[in-house]
Design a protein around this ligand. Structure first.
Ligand code: ATP
Ligand code: MG
Length: 178
């Protein structure tokens, strides 16, 4: 399974100008004092994966521009580039700006319009219409309160483990018989 390598943010939320977040490992922990921007990291990632304004804690996407929350945007665009590394260490960069433009750059850079890039994201298991398993602050409780079967279904869908369920059951049965 691939992983997020780094996020390049530009005038996005609390980051002024260009800043690099990462490099990330397969497992990461973000720590910091209240208001230091931990959730903004998740917002940047969610934004690159196609989340809508409401999930990013803003009314309009343009409010994501640095300074816009106090009515003083420093730029007319904010951008997030998400570098994704697949199992073969091949890197793909998905880039989204507040203008709603959704581009994709790969080894041979090219640009795709919003809708066209969605299948590219889906190839790596990111369904832009789904929540992509980012548990936003405050959402932990709603997931914890889900019916266990519903919760299992959700994780099976996200991890794609359903595909292996039949094989798993077969092997388990064989092991129990042995
Ligand atoms: P907590 O521990 O309370 O959850 P946090 O580390 O998750 O805090 P965030 O919510 O990520 O903090 O960041 C909040 C900070 O982001 C605030 O200081 C806020 O002013 C800043 N911020 C949010 N939007 C913008 C923006 N458009 N421009 C500049 N700063 C912004
Ligand atoms: Mg937070």
């Amino acid at each position: 399974m691939g992983f997020l390598k780094q996020l390049d943010v530009e005038n996005f939320k609390s980051w002024r100008g260009k800043q690099l977040l990462g490099p990330f490992l397969r497992f990461n922990c973000i720590i910091g004092t209240n208001g230091s921007g931990k959730s903004n990291v998740m917002d940047a990632l969610s934004f690159a994966m196609g989340e809508r304004a409401a999930s990013l804690r803003v009314k309009h996407l343009r409010d994501l521009i640095h300074g816009a929350h106090i009515g003083q945007p420093v730029s007319d665009t904010a951008r997030v580039s998400m570098s994704y590394c697949d199992d073969e260490e091949q890197e793909t960069v998905f880039c989204r700006s507040v203008a709603g433009e959704f581009n994709m750059q790969s080894k041979n850079p090219y640009l795709l319009h919003n809708t066209a890039v969605v299948p590219e994201l889906e190839k790596i298991g990111i369904v832009t219409k789904a929540r992509n398993c980012l548990v936003f602050q405050g959402a932990v409780e709603s997931i914890a309160l889900k019916d266990p079967k519903e919760r299992t279904k959700m994780f099976e869908f996200i991890s794609q483990s359903k595909e292996y369920a039949a094989e798993y059951d077969k092997k388990k049965e064989a092991m129990l018989k042995a």
